[in-house]
Design a protein around this ligand. Structure first.
Ligand SMILES: *Cc1c(COP(=O)(O)O)cnc(C)c1O
Length: 460
């Protein structure tokens, strides 16, 4: 089959002209011509196969509109899941800069010579969590892979059987270990691993490079349990790497005027994990850190240098968009301006403010739509944690209608009613919510709030 020529003014003679004409009739959809041609060609082929030539027109439009809707686009997250994996985890706008400009990505302004892309955002993040040094890679999975490859390839890494986890998307500690070339040394049992298990393994094995502690981010083991703390592991002869996952920088949350919210209670933080003696910590940029997708390795400068010198570092390095965005984020942390970080602003917005917003949205509709709800951190962090919230609750399942709007609003269904949780909605989008509700076909009878408005837990 011939391809449409994008430069020729008219249809090429060896192509059925109807496809091109059909594609041109779809121009109002706003897609580039080659994509309209794809839709037209599929529609014509279907019409020919079905022997229904007249159907091609409608079908081509349907296909082209579906393609346009399927593009990556902004949505209003009304699910109440703050770090919604399907919606890009933390909401964070990439940069405040002008995208036509060059940057000093690998340029040292003072000397005019080559600099390192790892000098700015990583150094600022290190400063914010009290680390000697830090580097940034593509995501936390990359961070763990790089640390193991750079510091333990061909050598042993001791891990508790209680932390032999799958984080999601096939990221399993034993597999990552195998990919890195490090040798897994398992100790303890699923529910109980003692510090003595680690010291015995190190004594018995002449070539252990590290101990690895992996945070149980997305599950809990409860009951008859025991595990070794980072402080205990740090007293052994080999460096401890702690994969804390979620990227809480400091348990004291100095960027929040009211200090840490109660629901953060048991979450490990980078600063305190390093203070407890971890040689390195690894964490994600887009979970509790509240930034773009990235992986951060922070801790001892000599170990960071070894990671940076490994060939995989080049393969896993971030680009300037991510580094600039992380630099802005790190500056907000160092300014102690949690309000500038959408995740923290949303996570800590007082319920009274949410209720006032809900009241304003419902004022021109039905005031009884306002109900107490429960938001969750999501993103595979803090399982079981609930954050009180307020939303608008409609009878029945209206989520498909809300998704079809522009911009799409993603809500959730609980107990046969549709919940739009305002904790994850930026206040600027309250008007979008009001318009979406006003535009629904009017059979949404208000329902009473019930106790259980918890979103189903979100996978990562
Ligand atoms: C989320 C998580 C990861 C993976 O992080 P990504 O940034 O998604 O690659 C690794 N380890 C732990 C403990 C996590 O919680």
């Amino acid at each position: 089959m011939t391809r449409p020529s994008e430069s020729s003014p008219g249809p090429a003679p060896d192509r059925p002209p109807s496809v091109d004409r059909l594609a041109r009739s779809l121009a109002d959809i706003g897609l580039p011509h080659p994509l309209l041609v794809d839709a037209a060609r599929t529609a014509v082929a279907e019409a020919v196969a079905a022997d229904e030539p007249a159907s091609a027109l409608i079908r081509a439009r349907e296909l082209a509109e579906a393609t346009a809707r399927a593009l990556l686009s902004d949505v209003v997250n009304a699910t109440g899941v703050l770090l919604h994996t399907n919606l890009g985890r933390a909401p964070w706008s990439p940069s405040s800069g002008d995208d036509r400009r060059y940057t000093t990505l690998e340029f040292d302004l003072a000397s005019g010579s080559r600099g390192s892309r790892q000098d700015r955002a990583p150094a600022l993040l290190a400063r914010a969590c009290g680390a000697e040094a830090a580097m940034v890679v593509n995501n936390c999975a990359s961070a763990v892979l790089l640390v193991l490859a750079a510091l333990a390839a061909g050598r042993g890494v001791v891990v508790s059987r209680g932390e032999m986890v799958e984080i999601g998307g096939g990221f399993r500690i034993p597999n990552v270990m195998a990919q890195s070339g490090a040798r897994l040394v398992e100790v303890g049992t699923t529910n109980r691993t003692r510090i003595g298990d680690f010291s015995a393994a190190i004594a018995a094995d002449p070539d252990v490079a590290l101990t690895l502690s992996v945070h149980q981010s997305n599950y809990r083991i409860e009951g008859f349990t025991e595990s070794a703390s980072v402080a205990e592991l740090a007293a052994l002869d080999v460096p401890v790497v702690a994969d804390i996952g979620s990227g809480l920088l400091d348990a004291a949350c100095p960027w929040l005027a009211d200090g840490p919210p109660g629901w953060l209670a048991d979450e490990p933080a980078a600063r305190q994990t390093l203070e407890a003696g971890a040689a390195l910590v690894t964490f994600s940029g887009d979970k509790l850190l509240g930034g773009p997708q990235a992986g951060i390795i922070a801790g001892r400068a000599d170990l960071i240098a070894a990671c940076a010198a490994h060939p995989l570092a080049r393969a896993l390095r971030p680009g300037s968009l991510v580094l600039q965005s992380l630099q802005n984020l790190a500056l907000a942390y160092l300014t102690r301006d949690g309000w500038a970080i959408p995740f923290w602003r949303m996570a800590t917005e007082p319920v009274s403010d949410l209720r006032a917003r809900a009241g304003r949205i419902a004022a021109n509709l039905t005031p009884d739509l306002v109900a107490d709800t429960v938001a969750v951190p999501g993103g595979g962090t803090l399982p079981g944690v609930e954050i009180p919230s307020v939303g608008l609750v409609l009878a029945g399942d209206r989520v498909a209608e809300l998704r079809a709007g522009s911009p799409p609003v993603v809500a959730r269904v609980t107990d046969h009613s549709t919940v739009l949780d305002l904790r994850t909605v930026h206040p600027d989008d309250d008007d979008v919510i009001a318009a979406a509700l006003a535009g629904l076909t009017p059979d949404a009878a208000p329902v009473q709030a019930t106790a259980d408005r918890t979103p189903s837990s979100d996978r990562r």
